[in-house]
Design a protein around this ligand. Structure first.
Ligand code: SF4
Length: 593
């Protein structure tokens, strides 16, 4: 394999790779603004320039400076065998300092009020590669703040004209809403007249912008980034399985960002996924268990609600010569589907197990749109927005099929063919908006209904007991995406209000059926939301102490599932877990004021 030496480090490479690709892969730092692996390389920002030496075939393959010793862009220079590259030589360092000085000439240096502060390449490179002082004494050019589209602002005077955003709009959604308007120091990024930056994946430009020019309207001024903790998660509202970071502080989510995974979502997420988490903190969350008393739903403690639910489920199903039905929402994890199905079969060994409704909206779309579906590398190259708006329909079906030994019963078939034999039903929801259909409400008028859901809705009209479930952010588990990939994710925030994960609810009810008592667990540090950031405002919310059986642990349930039957062995072999959380590296001393 050919080799190249970058700053003294010898690295192997595939023919055709550029110097910056090899360095990025090996973790050798070369400063870069305009370069991004997904986009074309215009060699525009000039900060990645390096001194490059290579064997000269016309001089007995002696290693000589290329281009007469001129600095060359590492983002567009293909590596050749025996090449020697210096980005730390005096000439390269002088260029880095000159580029930084040039970029900062008209930059407002408003880091204290900039959302990007703390995750800004301009800040980082200024610290590592820039000068301590500016020699510029003229008046800075002031540029406007503009509204580019429904989710994005531009603060033009922070822009360094790297053109990542322009190239993204042209090359990935191919909608090309963005351009550079004006010349010289009057140049600024703008939308074409009459256009808005409003495509399905538009907000990825916010992540691409290496400085604080392109800003997320939703996140603007809500939180300093160094207070945020990142938890690896999976797209919770569509079948994409897109890898995401949930960024949160003190039990509240502030934003969702893409987590790079080349076999799923590459570097991107849709705007639908980016902003689809809002229901987690909705005012419409079911906060406490409810149970029907004299015809009215009243707030209840968990133990009383459990007791009423279990008694009602049993007396109206097996005791009444009827069957119990369990509707498992495709919004739930595989582990929860398994535990709920175990609970249903414990109450009624002939319980009907069915998958909840799987919403669809439009058709699948792929990006770039010009990429042909006949392309042999389509799967590898395309980023797909899925029409299926549920993260785990396949996972739930897989679990139910393994338990019943038959194809999973779908929602419509359950309502069409089985309502006459159902005496009681456990209904799970967890959809991001109202989901109950008229047909379901009609089907639940007669049977005893225990509803486990997150948002208050029409099901409460017919429910006998309502138990507050937890959203994706408040639990760990596994989703199976549209490509059949099983991906595990972690819990981001503690359960809100008095809610519990559906897995915990099923675990508690199984324990009660076994004659065990629920207990309020001793409060440990894990039950509190701990904030470590210096300067953080105190006041983290205490997790409510709720009575429970043993803690529902997704990892333990996965191991149990894998051992239960052959079809579920995949949960021991095929589940991919997220890599350990990225640690924010402090390269300067934080001072508590
Ligand atoms: S707005 Fe950001 S991404 Fe776009 S050109 Fe300016 S610095 Fe680059």
């Amino acid at each position: 394999m050919p080799t190249i030496t970058i700053n003294g480090q010898t690295l192997e490479f595939e023919p055709g790779e550029t110097i910056i690709q090899i360095a990025n892969r090996a973790g050798v730092e070369i400063p870069q603004y305009c370069y991004h692996e997904a986009l074309t390389a215009p060699a525009q920002c000039r900060i990645c320039l390096a001194e490059i030496w290579a064997p000269n075939p016309r001089n007995d393959n002696k290693v000589e400076p290329m281009m007469g010793g001129k600095l060359m862009p590492t983002c567009t220079t293909a590596a050749t065998d025996g090449m020697v590259v210096y980005t730390d030589s005096p000439k390269a360092v002088a260029n880095q300092k000159a580029v930084m000085e040039f970029l900062l000439i008209n930059h407002p240096l408003d880091c204290p009020v900039c959302d990007q502060a703390g995750e800004c390449s301009l800040q980082d490179y200024s610290y590592h590669y820039g000068r301590g002082v500016s020699r510029y004494e003229e008046t800075k050019v002031k540029q406007p703040k503009k509204n580019l589209g429904p989710n994005v602002y531009i603060y033009s005077d922070r822009c360094i004209l790297c053109t990542r955003c322009v190239r993204f709009a042209r090359e990935i959604p191919e909608s090309a809403e963005l351009m550079i308007d004006g010349r010289g120091n009057q140049s600024q990024i703008d939308v074409f007249p009459g256009e808005a930056l409003d495509n399905d994946i538009a907000s990825n430009v916010i992540d691409l912008c290496p400085v604080g020019a392109l800003l997320d309207k939703d996140f603007l001024f809500t939180q300093r980034v160094w207070f945020l903790k990142k938890t690896p998660a999976i797209d919770p509202i569509t079948a994409s399985g897109d890898n995401i970071w949930v960024e949160h502080n003190q039990g509240r989510i502030y934003r969702v960002k893409p987590r790079e995974n080349m076999s799923v979502n590459k570097w991107w997420i849709t705007d639908e996924v980016r902003y689809g988490w809002k229901f987690v903190h909705s005012d419409n969350r079911i906060e406490h268990p409810l149970r029907r008393q004299y015809g009215t739903l009243v707030e209840s403690e968990w133990t009383r609600a459990y007791a009423q639910a279990l008694e009602g489920l049993r007396t109206h199903s097996t005791d009444a010569g009827k069957r119990l039905a369990l509707l498992v929402s495709p919004m739930l994890t595989c582990e929860e589907a398994y535990t709920l199905a175990t609970l249903a079969r414990e109450i009624d060994e002939h319980a009907i197990l069915a998958v909840g409704p799987v919403p669809f909206d439009g058709e699948d779309k792929h990006f770039p749109p010009s990429l042909s579906t006949d392309d042999p590398d389509f799967e590898k190259k395309a980023f797909i927005k899925y029409a299926e708006k549920a993260p785990n329909a396949r996972g739930v079906r897989r679990v139910l099929e393994a338990i019943t030994g038959a194809p999973a019963l779908e929602y419509d078939a359950l309502l069409a063919n089985h309502t006459h034999e159902i005496g009681a039903m456990i209904v799970t929801g967890n959809y991001p908006s109202e989901w109950a259909t008229d047909a379901l409400l009609d089907a639940l008028i007669a049977p005893y209904a225990v509803v486990i859901d997150t948002l208050s809705g029409r099901l409460e009209e017919v429910a006998d007991v309502v138990l507050p479930g937890a959203t994706f952010a408040e639990k760990a588990g596994t989703f199976e995406n549209a490509r059949g990939m099983l991906q595990a994710f972690e819990q981001s925030i503690p359960c809100l209000h008095a809610s519990k994960s559906e897995g915990q609810i099923a675990t508690d009810m199984l324990a009660l059926l076994a004659g065990l008592e629920l207990e309020i667990p001793p409060v440990t540090s894990a039950d509190f939301i701990v904030d470590e950031g210096p300067g953080q405002v105190p006041g983290a919310t205490d997790a409510p102490a709720l009575p429970r059986a043993s803690l529902f642990n997704a990892g333990t349930v996965r191991a149990e599932m894998a051992g239960a039957c052959e079809p579920l062995r995949v949960f021991a072999t095929d589940v991919t877990a997220p890599a350990a959380c990225e640690k924010r590296e402090l390269d300067m001393e934080m001072v508590e004021l």
